[in-house]
Design a binder for this molecule. Sequence first.
Ligand code: G1P
Length: 309
Amino acid sequence: MKIKKAIIPVAGLGTRMLPATKAIPKEMLPVVDKPLIQYVVNEAVSAGIRNIILVTHSSKNAIENHFDKSFELEATLEKRVKRQLLQEIQSIIPSDVTIMHVRQGEARGLADAILCARDLVDDGPFAILLPDVLIDEFRADPRKDNLAEMVKNFESTGISQIMVEQVPHEQTGSYGIVASDQNLDGTIPGSTFDITDMVEKPRPENSPSDMAVVGRYVLSGNIWPLFRETPVGAGGELQLTDTLRLLLRQEKIAGYRLCGRSWDCGNKLGYLEANIEYAIRHPNIGSEFKRYLLDKIAGKDDAGTISEN
Ligand code: G1P
């Protein structure tokens, strides 16, 4: 079955990025020159998905506006003959992609956010992309687009796919962690393995592995009834990891090992690292920015002389 729809939950308040996110949705923070949400939507579109459902919140209107047509801006750019900018604004999403919005009234957890989109999807399979995470579009093998690969795997096997990445053992408490009968250390990026269990944010001493869920899921439609059976989990919230555990009792789920790396832009350090990486590789400003960084590291001051300390 074809994956036609993706759900992107954007209702979270972004408290880890305050004060920047007091009046701006965290998904609208830019990584170099595009808001985070645009990278994530582009990733879904590149994997062949044409219907995107954003599960949103009253404070997130800027996201809706970003994907909407702006007549005033377009007319102004046209009048000023700013063709390049006009083209960029008009191609934020391809014309055959539809973005829909539904609100999550109360923050009750990721599983609850996904359930809010239920009436906008059919009973078929779908993808979920979490907007805090950028999947590196540079270092990964350019022949391997990770989400597209997961979609392809699902379409040929019918087995749900969850993207995972190895994290330092002491960080397991920040992620959903998967268990497997296989030795996961040896798994090759871009390959899959059978998941036998999952646990949301385990302490390192209780963690079944170091393989963390990185926020990309391609799921069988059989998961839908299970959302309503999901018990309240970690942090007093309805956790997607717990719904997936219920799915595991009735069918296989594969872990897909990320090829390349991810950037967690939901915290300040990860967000800054992503900006530096994406800036260095930017086609227009990349080489100049890299030179600036190298000078900075070499201790040169603004006048180009090496400082003594
Ligand atoms: C969510 C998921 C977690 C996953 C993580 C990836 O947690 O619940 O399983 O590992 O995203 O970023 P959150 O970061 O929203 O607390």
